[in-house]
Design a protein around this ligand. Structure first.
Ligand code: RET
Length: 277
């Protein structure tokens, strides 16, 4: 008799090969699967809710904030579909600082899709703060640098030292992002009159974003103090706060204060020195 796996009997496996094996490995681990499916469900609900919330927004700058924020759950649902299907995960031989290496399931698709989702969060925050193009550009490119070098850290297997060197480079980019979030934009938001909501979102963002490099270091990509499933749950929970909850708070404020955003539009985005006149 030919043996069939749980995934095969459920009728979802149509092929065999490395990707199908990874898919079966994830599907066969209920907790790991749940950490991914929960985000697919929440991203789907967020998309529907945000479309509904944004239905009457007329001001172009408020619409731009909406589009950028809407992209966050849209990228997220794509990201988690890539992970759960086995497309954007690999078995990688991770070298550990104590010596030796281990073959572990690495969800590298996360780092790749953060390259698309995190700039959207920063664009929305920069627009909300009434910041100028220079600062928004700087935040976006240093953030992309952080994500791509984080991907390089996760995928480097040749040398433990170089793996962690990538990690340090990524952290350096992150410091630049934090500087803009903590120093530049709060000052802009004060002038723009959006400082109250900005400071709430800044606190949420900075606190949760700091969790990512911490869990990278503790997780299966770093020191392996946590298992792959625990690491995946850590990122999934951080994602719920940093994406859907963040986006909900921001969009709720924008729908209630469209006029404030509209008044910002005439001044800041085009000029090099925003709102200091
Ligand atoms: C990595 C590892 C290398 C060092 C640093 C990292 C930072 C990641 C961050 C991710 C934020 C992701 C979010 C996703 C939402 O879609 C790449 C983990 C600094 C801050 C908010």
């Amino acid at each position: 008799m030919i043996e069939t796996t749980a995934a095969e009997t459920s009728g979802v496996v149509l092929s065999s090969g490395p990707q199908a094996d990874l898919f079966s490995q994830i599907a066969g681990n209920p907790s790991l699967s749940a950490s991914l499916w929960l985000n697919i469900a929440l991203a789907g609900l967020s998309i529907l809710l945000f479309i509904y919330m944004g239905r009457n927004i007329d001001d172009p700058r408020a619409q731009l904030i909406f589009v950028a924020t809407m992209m966050v759950p849209l990228v997220s649902i794509s990201s988690y579909t890539g992970l759960v299907s086995g497309l954007t995960v690999s078995m990688i031989s991770v070298p550990y600082p104590g010596g030796g290496s281990e073959e572990v399931l690495i969800m590298w698709g996360r780092y790749l899709t953060w390259t698309l989702s995190t700039p959207m969060i920063l664009i929305a925050l920069g627009l909300l703060a009434g910041s100028n193009l220079t600062k928004i550009f700087t935040a976006v490119v240093t953030d992309i640098g952080m994500c791509i070098t984080g991907l390089a850290a996760a995928m480097t297997t040749s040398s433990v030292l170089l793996r962690w060197f990538w990690y340090v480079i990524s952290c350096a980019f992150f410091v630049a992002v934090l500087y803009i979030l903590l120093v530049e934009w709060p000052a802009d938001a004060e002038i723009a009159g959006t400082d109250e909501i900005f400071s709430t979102l800044k606190l949420l963002t900075v606190t949760l974003w700091l969790g990512y490099p911490i869990f990278w270091a503790l997780g299966s990509e770093g020191l392996a103090a946590l298992t792959t499933t625990q690491t995946s749950w850590a990122y999934s929970i951080l994602d719920i706060g940093a994406k859907y909850f963040f986006a909900y708070l921001l969009l709720r404020w924008v729908t209630d204060h469209e006029g404030v955003i509209g008044n910002l539009a005439s001044g800041s985005l085009g000029s090099a020195t925003p709102a200091d006149d």
